[in-house]
Design a protein. Sequence first.
Lengths: 109, 113
Amino acid sequence: GIQVEQSPPDLILQEGANSTLRCNFSDSVNNLQWFHQNPWGQLINLFYIPSGTKQNGRLSATTVATERYSLLYISSSQTTDSGVYFCAVEGTSGSRLTFGEGTQLTVNP
Amino acid sequence: DAGITQSPRHKVTETGTPVTLRCHQTENHRYMYWYRQDPGHGLRLIHYSYGVKDTDKGEVSDGYSVSRSKTEDFLLTLESATSSQTSVYFCAISEGFPSLGYTFGSGTRLTVV
């Protein structure tokens, strides 16, 4: 099946800093989503982005499908951005979402 | 969470007992999924359904069964719970393939003692 690798596995920032999270995937995809899992365990859908660039406030994402990677940018980070960020992809051959292992982000005040 | 509800939210059960988790949706989406989340493994697919009475296995299906008798309900059953099935279970829904995105429920924390 399709492989998803996220980097870095852990990231510690001071409030106000910017960061870039990366997601590499091993095959063509129909769907790519970025999720934020908050400290209460809820999975919040950030972006549906199989290709192109999207922005939502301080967050933006870019997927280069031909090169099989996606980037999530967080600008002016806040303590509430802390949590785990997951990249998940749906390959072209099967209707299921495969997750990476996530990036644990800690934003300190 | 966009019309998807999991029950119960928390459960503690004893080894060897049967357990059923329920996922209910109000979105009339065709596809429903059960994932488990464990430290160091991210989320892994257990089973999924692509229609009423149509189900298939995911990557970690051993020890689990599912049923979908109505579009809105997808049940996950642990026939005889084991400690290795202690986990957080998430249900998800999507419409169509390729999907326009998956939506997840709030999760069920299951502890098997």
